[in-house]
Design a protein around this ligand. Structure first.
Ligand code: ATP
Ligand code: ZN
Length: 589
């Protein structure tokens, strides 16, 4: 876009120069002692032989000179035979028109010359810039092998992500081993999650652990430049990488070049760049030892083409740290810092809910700066307290970091409701994680694994899933009262409705609605408008709601216990839950 600015400046210059020129021209032609005469006076003068010259122009006024040398100006009659009359009266007629035409040609010519000169200059400049940019980008400098000192020990928390990446370390170390078995190793991995959660750090740790060179680029480096350059840059990046042999290529902000294409705002240039990336990725040999790690804050905005097998076929969530992970991150970053004995990192971890790894690092760093300014012996709690506000205030998303305790508690009850209900009615289901740390998917977090190796779902399972979905809202209602339920259950309601509707409309699981596929019956028109279907769905929902509520009420104590533990630890795994639940459930059931 620099070029546009230059053009605008150039045009402005031309216009100004033109204006000045025009002004000068006019001034030289407007003699100060010009006498303005009426047309009749002028005609009289013509007849009296007192006019020597007339300059004919196609303007409102014409100029001329009297025989005595004084210049005059008068109205232009614009009659056809005006010139003839003048000539007949022996008056010299100078057609200023011709003159000004020449001037016009000359000045137009000049302007054209000027513009072309400017054009040439700008093109030269821009091509200089292009080649400069190009060489900057084709000079992708890898951080050489062995120079990355980051290891997994410096990445705290993120256990699942680390585990996935650990596989890749082995592959980079011994690609032949996998080659022998014909195993296809992922070429591309996408790390997604909120900013500052350690995505770059993980990619670096991969290169560090595997001892391979590391290329870091950003998706935005490949756009906003001249046509075709982005694609060229991609090719030259991979060419370089290939020369190196094994390596890790890290593309931050992959969404900048891999946004979903929706036809409306399709952009040829970024399409071309994206295609070049995809081609390069499917181009390199399976076990060449190049791994591309891309990072994004939002997985859902990415073009599906990126996520297909053979491309970025592994997607790993890198979430905000829970209290345990925060404790570890604080430990990692306080290693080189003289912390006062009195500082309790565990307590600090509790106080930094919703902080990202980057924010925690910055918290300790700000505190260290304050301590250094005061020449203090240690970093003490006052420095940390002060730094706390700097970090929170400096963050745009301070609302996030400031989520009220009330909201945290509501989330905890809600998630505890889901988890408890799962344990109560579907103990065979695996609960992998319950958390109150917001994820990219929503406010709280609750994940449940239903055994995936099943072909059919039974009516009973479907009903269980509806009840589990409803339990979040119900927990809120039981604890806070009907008046205070929140919008937090919208996804759950959607899910429950979907299941119920499919039971009634597609699977013949409702007596009143019968063994009818309502979509077929209505020929694709809106079967949801069938009052029978609607009232049956509503009735089932109400029944299950009441049933679930009663069950949760019976186990209130357990609900409170889970919530308290959740508020303390922020993330619970299956074991944590079992410890709390198993005995009680055994006693109750
Ligand atoms: N899990 C973590 N363990 C230790 N330090 C961390 C962790 N997460 C973040 N940090 C600190 O925060 C810094 C920034 O993190 P990083 O650049 O890896 O985040 P990111 O997820 O790539 O962010 P972005 O999405 O903004 O690019 C790191 O250099 C490190 O100091
Ligand atoms: Zn929920």
């Amino acid at each position: 876009m620099k070029i546009n600015k230059k053009l605008i400046i150039a045009l402005l210059l031309i216009v100004t120069a033109g204006a000045i020129g025009f002004g000068l021209y006019f001034q030289t032609n407007t003699n100060s002692d010009v006498k303005e005469v009426s047309y009749n006076e002028f005609l009289a003068a013509v007849q009296g032989g007192q006019v020597s010259t007339v300059y004919l122009v196609d303007e409102a006024k014409i100029k001329g000179e009297f025989s005595n040398g004084t210049a005059f100006i008068t109205d232009n009659p614009r009659t056809e035979n005006f010139k003839e009359i003048l000539l007949k009266n022996h008056i010299k007629v100078e057609e200023h028109k011709a003159n000004s035409a020449i001037m016009n040609v000359l000045s137009t010519f000049g302007v054209i010359l000027l513009i072309s000169a400017l054009g040439v200059y700008l093109t030269k400049q821009s091509s200089k810039q292009t080649s400069r940019e190009f060489s900057r980008m084709s000079n992708f400098e890898a951080i050489p092998q062995g120079e990355i000192k980051i290891t997994f020990s410096q990445v705290a928390g993120n256990e699942e992500a680390k585990e996935s990446i650990l596989d890749l370390v082995d592959f980079l170390r011994n690609p032949e081993k996998y080659g022998k078995y014909g195993a296809r190793i992922p070429r591309g991995v996408i790390l997604y999650g909120p900013p500052g959660t350690g995505k770059t750090l993980l990619a670096k740790a991969l290169a560090g652990e595997a001892g391979v060179p590391f290329y870091a680029v950003s998706g935005s480096d490949f756009i906003q430049i001249y046509a075709g350059l982005g694609a060229g840059r991609i090719r030259s990046l991979f060419k370089k990488a290939r020369e190196k042999g094994k390596c890790v290529i890290f593309i931050d902000e992959i969404d900048a070049l891999g946004k979903k294409r929706d036809g409306l705002n399709g952009n040829d240039e970024s399409d071309r760049t994206l295609n070049a990336l995809l081609t390069e990725m499917s181009g390199f040999n399976e076990n060449e030892g190049i791994i591309v790690i891309a990072a994004t804050n939002r997985l859902d905005t990415l073009d599906d083409a990126l996520l297909r097998p053979g491309r970025f076929d592994r997607q790993i969530e890198v979430g905000l740290p829970d209290v345990k992970a925060r404790h570890q991150i604080l430990k990692v970053h306080s290693q080189q810092k003289p912390l006062a004995q009195s500082i309790d990192l565990g307590k600090l971890a509790h106080q930094t809910v919703y902080f990202s790894g980057a924010e925690l690092e910055s918290l300790l760093n700000e505190a260290a700066i304050l301590a250094a300014k005061q020449n203090a012996q240690h970093i003490d709690i006052h420095h940390i307290d002060k730094a706390f506000y700097t970090v929170i205030a400096g963050e745009e998303k301070k609302d996030r970091s400031m989520i009220s305790n009330k909201d945290r508690e509501i989330t905890a009850y809600h998630e505890a409701g889901h988890a408890l209900m799962t344990k109560l009615i579907a103990p065979e289901n695996k609960v992998t994680k319950v958390t109150i740390i917001p994820s990219t998917k929503g406010a709280g977090g609750f994940s449940m694994n239903i055994p995936p190796d099943r072909m059919y779902r039974s009516k009973k399972e479907m009903i269980q899933n509806i009840q589990i979905a409803l339990a979040g809202r119900i927990a809120e209602e039981i604890i806070y009262g009907e008046e205070n339920i929140t919008t937090g259950a919208s996804n759950d309601i959607e899910k429950a409705t979907e299941i119920i509707a499919s039971m009634v409309k597609h699977f013949g699981m409702n007596k009143k609605a019968g063994m009818i596929n309502y979509d077929v019956l209505y020929g694709g028109r809106n079967a949801g408008a069938d009052t029978e279907v609607v009232s049956e769905c509503r009735r089932i929902m109400e029944e299950l709601y009441m049933e679930t509520k009663q069950l949760l009420q019976v186990h209130m104590e357990l609900l409170v216990k889970i919530t308290e533990l959740l508020l303390d630890k922020e993330t619970l795994n299956e074991e944590d839950l079992n410890v709390l639940i198993v005995d009680e459930v055994k006693a109750a059931v």
